[in-house]
Design a protein around this ligand. Structure first.
Ligand code: ATP
Length: 230
């Protein structure tokens, strides 16, 4: 579904990504692991066309999108959920959900979304400001499901959340996989990554340096230790 080859990216003069390569098959949940500053967020932003300059190849559903604008990439069916979540504080939960345009057929309707996220249903008329961190994260994910995006890019969905909420987010991601969504997520929380993903890529210094199937993760800990410091 997504094939990234030789991806280089810059913020101004800073050359951040140095030939990132990765592949995600339809229906997979894949993480990007790595220390702070390894280039995980920049990889998601580069896929979305949100960096200053990028070169290389990004094929999505067989189409080259390296030259496309971020709105065209969103319309092609990639949904991006940034680390800061981007909830509009003055809008209610429902208004936030209805805000992004539907870009592709097959998006979930509001009833289905509320069935998936019962907490959000209870808060349907609450403004964004009144939501907990976990509710904001749920809303940020829920919002892209309506658009029809098939590939979801999630930046550290577990960040700053209590363990019980992290478990809830994990259940949500597994449910999305069952519904046929494909997910690429950035994670620092190793345990969480292990509970949701089929496969992991490890990044260091702006490159993908390793890949490991989730089933082999425990056996690969020694090898991964030097990259991740876990
Ligand atoms: P983190 O979890 O800390 O976000 P990361 O692996 O996601 O880590 P990135 O955020 O992709 O790392 O950052 C990679 C490098 O790019 C870092 O050296 C960072 O300082 C630099 N960087 C990130 N954003 C910008 C920006 N807007 N302008 C210039 N440099 C940036």
């Amino acid at each position: 579904m997504l094939e990234v080859k030789g991806l280089e990216a810059w913020y101004g003069e800073s050359h951040i990504l140095h030939g990132v390569g990765l592949e995600i098959r339809s229906g997979e949940v894949v993480t990007l692991l790595g220390r702070n500053g390894a280039g995980k967020t920049t990889t998601l932003r580069a896929i979305m066309g949100l960096v200053g300059r990028r070169t290389g190849s990004i094929r999505f559903d067989g189409r080259e999108v390296i030259g496309a604008r971020s709105d065209q990439i969103a319309r092609a069916g990639i949904g991006y959920c940034p680390e800061e979540r981007g909830i509009f504080a003055s809008l209610t939960v429902t208004e936030n959900l209805l805000l992004p345009p539907v870009v592709q057929p097959g998006g979930l309707d509001l009833d289905t979304i509320y069935a998936l996220f019962p907490n959000l249903k209870e808060r349907a008329n609450s403004p964004g400001t009144k939501l907990s961190g976990g509710e904001q994260q749920m809303l940020a994910i829920a919002r892209i499901l309506r658009t029809g995006a098939k590939l979801l890019l999630l930046d550290e969905p577990s960040e700053g959340l209590a363990p019980v909420i992290v478990q809830q987010i994990g259940r949500t991601i597994r449910e999305l996989k069952q519904r046929g969504f494909t997910v690429l997520l950035v994670e620092q929380n190793f345990r969480f990554a292990q509970t949701v993903a089929d496969r992991h890529y490890v990044m260091e210094h702006g490159q993908v340096v390793d890949t490991v199937a989730n089933a082999d993760l425990a056996a690969s800990m020694d090898r991964l230790h030097e990259y991740l410091g876990v």
